[in-house]
Design a protein around this ligand. Structure first.
Ligand code: HGY
Ligand code: MN
Ligand code: MN
Length: 412
Protein backbone atom coordinates (compact mmCIF):
# COMPACT_ATOMS: atom_id res chain seq x y z
CA UNK A 1 0.00 0.00 0.00
CA UNK A 2 1.26 3.48 -0.83
CA UNK A 3 2.89 5.36 2.05
CA UNK A 4 1.06 8.17 3.73
CA UNK A 5 2.01 10.89 1.28
CA UNK A 6 0.27 13.45 -0.87
CA UNK A 7 1.23 11.35 -3.90
CA UNK A 8 -2.06 9.56 -3.35
CA UNK A 9 -4.57 12.41 -3.12
CA UNK A 10 -8.23 12.91 -3.75
CA UNK A 11 -9.36 15.13 -6.62
CA UNK A 12 -10.66 18.30 -4.95
CA UNK A 13 -12.28 19.62 -8.15
CA UNK A 14 -14.33 16.44 -8.53
CA UNK A 15 -15.32 16.52 -4.84
CA UNK A 16 -16.24 20.22 -5.01
CA UNK A 17 -18.33 19.57 -8.12
CA UNK A 18 -20.28 16.78 -6.42
CA UNK A 19 -20.85 19.01 -3.38
CA UNK A 20 -22.23 21.67 -5.73
CA UNK A 21 -24.38 19.19 -7.69
CA UNK A 22 -25.90 17.84 -4.47
CA UNK A 23 -26.39 21.33 -3.01
CA UNK A 24 -28.39 22.25 -6.12
CA UNK A 25 -31.10 19.92 -4.83
CA UNK A 26 -33.18 21.95 -2.41
CA UNK A 27 -30.96 24.97 -3.10
CA UNK A 28 -31.80 28.01 -0.96
CA UNK A 29 -32.04 30.89 -3.44
CA UNK A 30 -29.26 33.43 -3.27
CA UNK A 31 -27.11 31.28 -1.00
CA UNK A 32 -24.67 28.34 -1.19
CA UNK A 33 -26.93 26.34 1.10
CA UNK A 34 -29.74 23.86 0.72
CA UNK A 35 -32.84 22.54 2.45
CA UNK A 36 -33.45 18.79 2.36
CA UNK A 37 -35.37 17.84 5.49
CA UNK A 38 -35.40 14.09 6.07
CA UNK A 39 -37.74 12.03 3.87
CA UNK A 40 -39.00 15.00 1.87
CA UNK A 41 -39.01 15.04 -1.94
CA UNK A 42 -35.76 16.97 -1.80
CA UNK A 43 -34.19 14.26 0.39
CA UNK A 44 -35.38 11.65 -2.11
CA UNK A 45 -33.85 13.55 -5.01
CA UNK A 46 -30.55 13.86 -3.12
CA UNK A 47 -30.58 10.14 -2.33
CA UNK A 48 -31.29 9.25 -5.96
CA UNK A 49 -28.32 11.35 -7.12
CA UNK A 50 -25.92 9.80 -4.58
CA UNK A 51 -27.11 6.28 -5.44
CA UNK A 52 -26.40 7.03 -9.10
CA UNK A 53 -22.83 8.00 -8.20
CA UNK A 54 -22.49 4.83 -6.12
CA UNK A 55 -23.65 2.72 -9.08
CA UNK A 56 -21.19 4.54 -11.37
CA UNK A 57 -18.42 3.36 -9.02
CA UNK A 58 -19.59 -0.24 -9.26
CA UNK A 59 -20.39 -0.49 -5.53
CA UNK A 60 -22.66 -3.08 -3.97
CA UNK A 61 -25.59 -1.00 -2.65
CA UNK A 62 -28.04 -2.07 0.06
CA UNK A 63 -30.94 -0.13 1.60
CA UNK A 64 -32.37 -1.14 4.98
CA UNK A 65 -35.77 -0.69 6.62
CA UNK A 66 -35.00 2.82 7.95
CA UNK A 67 -33.62 3.93 4.58
CA UNK A 68 -29.89 3.79 5.36
CA UNK A 69 -27.90 3.38 2.12
CA UNK A 70 -24.68 1.31 2.44
CA UNK A 71 -22.36 1.02 -0.57
CA UNK A 72 -19.42 -1.43 -0.41
CA UNK A 73 -16.50 -2.08 -2.75
CA UNK A 74 -16.07 -5.70 -3.91
CA UNK A 75 -13.99 -7.63 -1.38
CA UNK A 76 -13.97 -10.02 1.56
CA UNK A 77 -14.84 -9.43 5.20
CA UNK A 78 -16.10 -6.47 7.22
CA UNK A 79 -15.37 -3.20 5.40
CA UNK A 80 -13.66 -0.06 6.64
CA UNK A 81 -16.62 2.29 6.48
CA UNK A 82 -16.97 6.04 6.28
CA UNK A 83 -20.12 8.06 5.77
CA UNK A 84 -22.52 10.57 7.27
CA UNK A 85 -25.86 12.07 6.21
CA UNK A 86 -27.33 14.06 3.32
CA UNK A 87 -30.49 15.28 5.06
CA UNK A 88 -30.19 18.90 6.20
CA UNK A 89 -31.90 21.37 8.51
CA UNK A 90 -34.23 23.92 6.90
CA UNK A 91 -31.41 26.48 6.71
CA UNK A 92 -28.67 24.01 5.83
CA UNK A 93 -25.20 24.47 4.44
CA UNK A 94 -23.72 22.33 1.67
CA UNK A 95 -21.03 20.67 3.79
CA UNK A 96 -22.82 19.44 6.96
CA UNK A 97 -23.10 15.66 6.44
CA UNK A 98 -22.77 15.86 2.66
CA UNK A 99 -18.99 16.18 2.92
CA UNK A 100 -18.64 12.90 4.80
CA UNK A 101 -20.64 11.00 2.18
CA UNK A 102 -19.17 12.60 -0.95
CA UNK A 103 -15.59 12.45 0.34
CA UNK A 104 -16.19 8.72 0.81
CA UNK A 105 -17.19 8.35 -2.84
CA UNK A 106 -14.21 10.48 -3.86
CA UNK A 107 -11.84 8.28 -1.84
CA UNK A 108 -13.13 5.13 -3.52
CA UNK A 109 -12.85 6.71 -6.96
CA UNK A 110 -9.30 7.80 -6.13
CA UNK A 111 -8.08 4.36 -5.05
CA UNK A 112 -9.83 2.66 -7.97
CA UNK A 113 -8.03 5.04 -10.36
CA UNK A 114 -4.75 4.29 -8.59
CA UNK A 115 -5.32 0.56 -9.03
CA UNK A 116 -5.18 -0.03 -5.28
CA UNK A 117 -7.10 -3.00 -3.86
CA UNK A 118 -7.16 -2.68 -0.05
CA UNK A 119 -7.01 -5.88 1.99
CA UNK A 120 -10.39 -4.93 3.43
CA UNK A 121 -13.06 -3.33 1.21
CA UNK A 122 -14.02 0.30 1.81
CA UNK A 123 -17.65 1.32 2.24
CA UNK A 124 -19.71 4.51 2.38
CA UNK A 125 -22.87 4.89 4.46
CA UNK A 126 -25.70 7.43 4.04
CA UNK A 127 -27.65 7.43 7.30
CA UNK A 128 -31.27 8.51 7.42
CA UNK A 129 -32.50 11.56 9.35
CA UNK A 130 -29.27 12.49 11.13
CA UNK A 131 -30.55 15.99 11.81
CA UNK A 132 -33.68 14.98 13.71
CA UNK A 133 -35.12 18.39 12.77
CA UNK A 134 -38.28 16.92 11.20
CA UNK A 135 -38.34 13.54 12.96
CA UNK A 136 -36.66 13.38 16.38
CA UNK A 137 -34.34 12.02 17.66
CA UNK A 138 -31.33 13.06 15.66
CA UNK A 139 -29.05 10.31 14.33
CA UNK A 140 -32.22 8.20 13.91
CA UNK A 141 -30.96 6.10 10.99
CA UNK A 142 -27.59 5.24 12.52
CA UNK A 143 -29.23 4.59 15.90
CA UNK A 144 -31.47 1.95 14.28
CA UNK A 145 -28.51 0.68 12.21
CA UNK A 146 -26.57 -0.26 15.35
CA UNK A 147 -29.62 -1.72 17.11
CA UNK A 148 -30.14 1.25 19.44
CA UNK A 149 -33.84 1.53 18.56
CA UNK A 150 -36.20 -1.15 17.18
CA UNK A 151 -37.18 -0.47 13.56
CA UNK A 152 -40.90 -0.64 14.37
CA UNK A 153 -40.51 2.13 16.98
CA UNK A 154 -38.62 4.32 14.50
CA UNK A 155 -41.18 3.81 11.74
CA UNK A 156 -43.95 5.06 14.07
CA UNK A 157 -42.26 8.39 14.88
CA UNK A 158 -44.42 11.43 14.05
CA UNK A 159 -42.68 14.53 12.76
CA UNK A 160 -43.20 18.21 13.54
CA UNK A 161 -45.50 18.42 10.49
CA UNK A 162 -47.63 15.40 11.46
CA UNK A 163 -46.02 13.09 8.91
CA UNK A 164 -44.89 9.61 10.07
CA UNK A 165 -41.50 8.02 9.31
CA UNK A 166 -42.72 4.68 7.89
CA UNK A 167 -45.22 6.04 5.35
CA UNK A 168 -42.77 8.81 4.33
CA UNK A 169 -40.01 6.24 3.72
CA UNK A 170 -42.42 4.26 1.56
CA UNK A 171 -43.56 7.40 -0.28
CA UNK A 172 -39.99 8.24 -1.31
CA UNK A 173 -39.18 4.63 -2.11
CA UNK A 174 -36.43 4.06 0.48
CA UNK A 175 -38.11 1.50 2.74
CA UNK A 176 -35.48 -1.10 2.00
CA UNK A 177 -35.17 -4.72 3.08
CA UNK A 178 -31.51 -5.06 4.10
CA UNK A 179 -31.26 -6.63 7.58
CA UNK A 180 -31.14 -4.54 10.76
CA UNK A 181 -28.99 -4.13 12.82
CA UNK A 182 -26.76 -3.46 9.84
CA UNK A 183 -23.41 -4.88 8.76
CA UNK A 184 -20.81 -4.26 11.48
CA UNK A 185 -17.81 -2.50 9.93
CA UNK A 186 -14.20 -3.33 10.78
CA UNK A 187 -13.91 0.37 11.70
CA UNK A 188 -15.77 3.62 10.99
CA UNK A 189 -14.39 7.10 10.26
CA UNK A 190 -16.58 10.18 9.65
CA UNK A 191 -15.30 13.34 7.97
CA UNK A 192 -17.35 16.37 9.01
CA UNK A 193 -17.05 20.14 9.11
CA UNK A 194 -16.43 21.27 12.70
CA UNK A 195 -19.49 23.54 12.70
CA UNK A 196 -17.77 25.59 15.40
CA UNK A 197 -14.98 28.20 15.64
CA UNK A 198 -12.12 26.30 17.34
CA UNK A 199 -9.99 25.12 14.40
CA UNK A 200 -10.27 28.45 12.61
CA UNK A 201 -9.45 30.54 15.73
CA UNK A 202 -6.42 28.34 16.52
CA UNK A 203 -5.31 28.21 12.88
CA UNK A 204 -5.39 24.39 12.81
CA UNK A 205 -6.25 22.47 9.62
CA UNK A 206 -7.49 19.12 10.95
CA UNK A 207 -9.45 18.03 14.03
CA UNK A 208 -8.85 14.55 15.46
CA UNK A 209 -12.18 14.17 17.26
CA UNK A 210 -11.99 12.31 20.58
CA UNK A 211 -15.59 12.52 21.79
CA UNK A 212 -19.14 13.80 21.29
CA UNK A 213 -20.89 15.67 24.09
CA UNK A 214 -24.15 14.48 25.66
CA UNK A 215 -27.42 15.67 24.09
CA UNK A 216 -30.81 16.27 25.76
CA UNK A 217 -33.83 17.36 23.68
CA UNK A 218 -37.22 17.93 25.32
CA UNK A 219 -40.48 19.21 23.85
CA UNK A 220 -42.51 21.27 26.36
CA UNK A 221 -46.24 22.09 26.01
CA UNK A 222 -47.47 24.77 28.42
CA UNK A 223 -51.25 25.25 28.55
CA UNK A 224 -52.82 28.41 29.97
CA UNK A 225 -55.94 30.38 29.15
CA UNK A 226 -56.48 32.21 25.91
CA UNK A 227 -57.76 35.70 26.66
CA UNK A 228 -58.14 39.26 25.38
CA UNK A 229 -54.82 41.14 25.30
CA UNK A 230 -56.53 44.43 26.11
CA UNK A 231 -59.07 43.58 28.75
CA UNK A 232 -57.29 40.97 30.88
CA UNK A 233 -55.47 42.50 33.89
CA UNK A 234 -51.93 41.17 34.37
CA UNK A 235 -52.68 39.45 37.69
CA UNK A 236 -55.54 37.46 36.13
CA UNK A 237 -53.55 36.06 33.24
CA UNK A 238 -52.52 32.42 32.64
CA UNK A 239 -50.02 33.19 29.92
CA UNK A 240 -48.01 30.22 28.52
CA UNK A 241 -46.13 32.61 26.24
CA UNK A 242 -44.68 34.26 29.34
CA UNK A 243 -43.68 30.85 30.77
CA UNK A 244 -41.90 29.93 27.53
CA UNK A 245 -40.04 33.24 27.49
CA UNK A 246 -39.06 32.94 31.17
CA UNK A 247 -37.72 29.42 30.52
CA UNK A 248 -35.69 30.67 27.57
CA UNK A 249 -34.13 33.31 29.81
CA UNK A 250 -33.46 30.75 32.56
CA UNK A 251 -31.82 28.31 30.12
CA UNK A 252 -29.38 31.05 29.09
CA UNK A 253 -28.61 32.06 32.69
CA UNK A 254 -28.10 28.42 33.72
CA UNK A 255 -25.74 27.81 30.81
CA UNK A 256 -23.67 30.88 31.74
CA UNK A 257 -23.59 29.75 35.37
CA UNK A 258 -22.48 26.20 34.48
CA UNK A 259 -19.93 27.63 32.07
CA UNK A 260 -18.29 26.28 28.91
CA UNK A 261 -18.83 23.77 27.32
CA UNK A 262 -22.48 23.75 28.55
CA UNK A 263 -24.91 25.03 25.90
CA UNK A 264 -28.69 25.54 25.96
CA UNK A 265 -30.99 26.39 23.06
CA UNK A 266 -34.71 27.07 22.72
CA UNK A 267 -34.85 26.51 18.96
CA UNK A 268 -38.52 25.93 18.22
CA UNK A 269 -41.36 28.03 19.74
CA UNK A 270 -45.02 27.82 18.64
CA UNK A 271 -47.71 29.91 20.32
CA UNK A 272 -51.34 29.10 19.74
CA UNK A 273 -53.27 30.93 18.33
CA UNK A 274 -50.18 33.13 17.69
CA UNK A 275 -52.12 36.41 17.23
CA UNK A 276 -51.18 39.94 18.19
CA UNK A 277 -54.18 40.61 20.44
CA UNK A 278 -54.63 37.21 22.08
CA UNK A 279 -53.00 35.96 25.28
CA UNK A 280 -51.84 32.55 24.09
CA UNK A 281 -53.79 29.41 24.94
CA UNK A 282 -50.67 27.26 24.68
CA UNK A 283 -46.95 27.44 24.02
CA UNK A 284 -44.98 24.52 22.56
CA UNK A 285 -41.21 24.85 22.65
CA UNK A 286 -38.08 22.71 22.59
CA UNK A 287 -35.05 22.85 24.89
CA UNK A 288 -31.70 21.47 23.67
CA UNK A 289 -29.16 21.02 26.49
CA UNK A 290 -25.62 19.67 25.92
CA UNK A 291 -22.51 19.03 27.96
CA UNK A 292 -19.41 16.86 27.72
CA UNK A 293 -20.05 15.77 31.33
CA UNK A 294 -23.07 13.51 31.93
CA UNK A 295 -23.51 14.52 35.58
CA UNK A 296 -23.56 18.22 34.71
CA UNK A 297 -25.99 17.55 31.87
CA UNK A 298 -28.31 15.75 34.31
CA UNK A 299 -28.01 18.66 36.76
CA UNK A 300 -29.02 21.11 34.03
CA UNK A 301 -32.02 18.96 33.08
CA UNK A 302 -33.14 18.77 36.71
CA UNK A 303 -32.77 22.50 37.36
CA UNK A 304 -34.47 23.45 34.10
CA UNK A 305 -37.42 21.18 34.87
CA UNK A 306 -37.72 22.60 38.41
CA UNK A 307 -37.79 26.16 37.04
CA UNK A 308 -40.33 25.23 34.35
CA UNK A 309 -42.65 23.54 36.88
CA UNK A 310 -42.48 26.40 39.42
CA UNK A 311 -42.94 29.12 36.79
CA UNK A 312 -45.90 27.37 35.14
CA UNK A 313 -47.57 26.76 38.51
CA UNK A 314 -47.14 30.40 39.54
CA UNK A 315 -48.74 31.44 36.23
CA UNK A 316 -51.67 29.05 36.65
CA UNK A 317 -50.55 26.96 33.68
CA UNK A 318 -50.11 23.21 33.23
CA UNK A 319 -47.08 21.52 31.64
CA UNK A 320 -46.48 18.37 29.59
CA UNK A 321 -42.97 17.34 28.53
CA UNK A 322 -41.77 14.75 25.98
CA UNK A 323 -38.18 13.57 25.54
CA UNK A 324 -37.20 13.94 21.89
CA UNK A 325 -33.58 12.77 22.19
CA UNK A 326 -31.24 11.77 25.02
CA UNK A 327 -27.71 10.54 24.29
CA UNK A 328 -24.87 10.36 26.82
CA UNK A 329 -21.40 11.64 25.90
CA UNK A 330 -19.44 9.25 23.65
CA UNK A 331 -15.67 8.64 23.72
CA UNK A 332 -14.16 7.52 20.39
CA UNK A 333 -11.62 4.71 20.02
CA UNK A 334 -8.20 6.08 21.07
CA UNK A 335 -6.37 3.89 18.53
CA UNK A 336 -8.39 5.35 15.66
CA UNK A 337 -8.08 8.88 17.06
CA UNK A 338 -4.29 8.38 17.28
CA UNK A 339 -4.30 7.18 13.67
CA UNK A 340 -6.19 10.28 12.50
CA UNK A 341 -3.73 12.47 14.37
CA UNK A 342 -0.58 10.68 13.12
CA UNK A 343 -1.92 10.59 9.55
CA UNK A 344 -2.60 14.32 9.56
CA UNK A 345 0.91 14.95 10.85
CA UNK A 346 2.47 12.60 8.26
CA UNK A 347 0.66 14.55 5.54
CA UNK A 348 2.11 17.78 6.90
CA UNK A 349 -1.11 19.22 8.34
CA UNK A 350 -1.53 20.89 11.73
CA UNK A 351 -3.90 18.81 13.86
CA UNK A 352 -5.71 19.19 17.18
CA UNK A 353 -7.48 16.61 19.35
CA UNK A 354 -10.90 17.94 20.31
CA UNK A 355 -14.49 17.09 21.32
CA UNK A 356 -17.49 17.50 19.03
CA UNK A 357 -20.21 19.92 20.07
CA UNK A 358 -22.59 18.52 17.47
CA UNK A 359 -24.07 15.06 17.33
CA UNK A 360 -22.93 12.75 14.53
CA UNK A 361 -23.67 9.31 13.11
CA UNK A 362 -20.20 8.28 14.26
CA UNK A 363 -21.39 8.42 17.87
CA UNK A 364 -23.79 5.58 17.04
CA UNK A 365 -21.29 3.48 15.02
CA UNK A 366 -18.95 3.79 18.03
CA UNK A 367 -21.33 1.39 19.81
CA UNK A 368 -20.38 -1.47 17.46
CA UNK A 369 -16.87 -0.84 16.06
CA UNK A 370 -13.69 1.23 16.53
CA UNK A 371 -14.70 4.73 15.45
CA UNK A 372 -13.36 8.29 15.24
CA UNK A 373 -13.93 11.48 13.27
CA UNK A 374 -11.95 13.96 11.20
CA UNK A 375 -12.93 17.64 11.38
CA UNK A 376 -12.21 20.41 8.90
CA UNK A 377 -12.54 24.08 9.86
CA UNK A 378 -15.79 26.02 9.43
CA UNK A 379 -15.28 29.63 8.34
CA UNK A 380 -16.49 31.92 11.16
CA UNK A 381 -17.61 28.74 12.94
CA UNK A 382 -20.94 28.95 11.13
CA UNK A 383 -23.21 25.97 10.44
CA UNK A 384 -26.93 25.17 10.25
CA UNK A 385 -26.87 28.31 8.15
CA UNK A 386 -26.68 28.58 4.31
CA UNK A 387 -23.51 30.67 4.76
CA UNK A 388 -21.66 27.55 6.03
CA UNK A 389 -18.27 27.40 4.25
CA UNK A 390 -15.03 25.42 4.25
CA UNK A 391 -12.21 26.23 1.81
CA UNK A 392 -11.18 23.74 -0.91
CA UNK A 393 -7.72 23.56 0.70
CA UNK A 394 -9.24 22.46 4.00
CA UNK A 395 -11.65 20.05 2.29
CA UNK A 396 -8.65 18.52 0.48
CA UNK A 397 -6.75 18.16 3.75
CA UNK A 398 -9.65 16.52 5.58
CA UNK A 399 -10.47 14.14 2.75
CA UNK A 400 -6.82 13.10 2.34
CA UNK A 401 -6.50 12.45 6.07
CA UNK A 402 -9.60 10.27 5.86
CA UNK A 403 -8.30 8.53 2.70
CA UNK A 404 -5.03 7.51 4.33
CA UNK A 405 -6.63 6.72 7.68
CA UNK A 406 -9.06 4.36 5.96
CA UNK A 407 -6.29 2.69 3.93
CA UNK A 408 -4.22 2.10 7.07
CA UNK A 409 -7.28 0.64 8.81
CA UNK A 410 -7.87 -1.57 5.77
CA UNK A 411 -4.32 -2.97 6.05
CA UNK A 412 -4.02 -2.96 9.84
O1 HGY B 1 -28.09 18.36 16.51
C1 HGY B 1 -26.99 17.98 16.14
O2 HGY B 1 -26.01 18.07 16.84
C2 HGY B 1 -26.82 17.39 14.76
O3 HGY B 1 -26.70 18.45 13.84
N1 HGY B 1 -27.92 16.54 14.42
MN1 MN C 1 -24.03 16.73 10.49
MN1 MN D 1 -26.39 19.22 11.28
Amino acid sequence: MADVTQELSINIDRLSQRLADLAAIGAIEGTEGCARLALTDEDKAGRDLVVTWMKDLGLDITIDGIGNIIAVMPGEGPPVMCGSHIDTVRTGGRYDGNLGVLAGLEIIETIQAAGITPSRPLAVGVFTDEEGARFAPDMLGSLVYVGGMPLEEALDIEGIDGAVVGPELERIGYNGSAPLPGLVPHAFVELHVEQGPVLEIEGVTVGAVESVQGISWTEVVVTGQSNHAGTTPMHLRKDPGFVAAACTQFARELALELGHPHVATVGRVELHPNLVNVVAASATFTIDLRNTNEATLQESERRFHEFLTATAEAEGCTVETRTLARFEPVIFDPVVVDLVESTATALGYSVKRMPSGAGHDAQMLARVCPTAMVFTPSVNGISHNPAEYTSPEDLLAGANVMLHTMLQLAEG
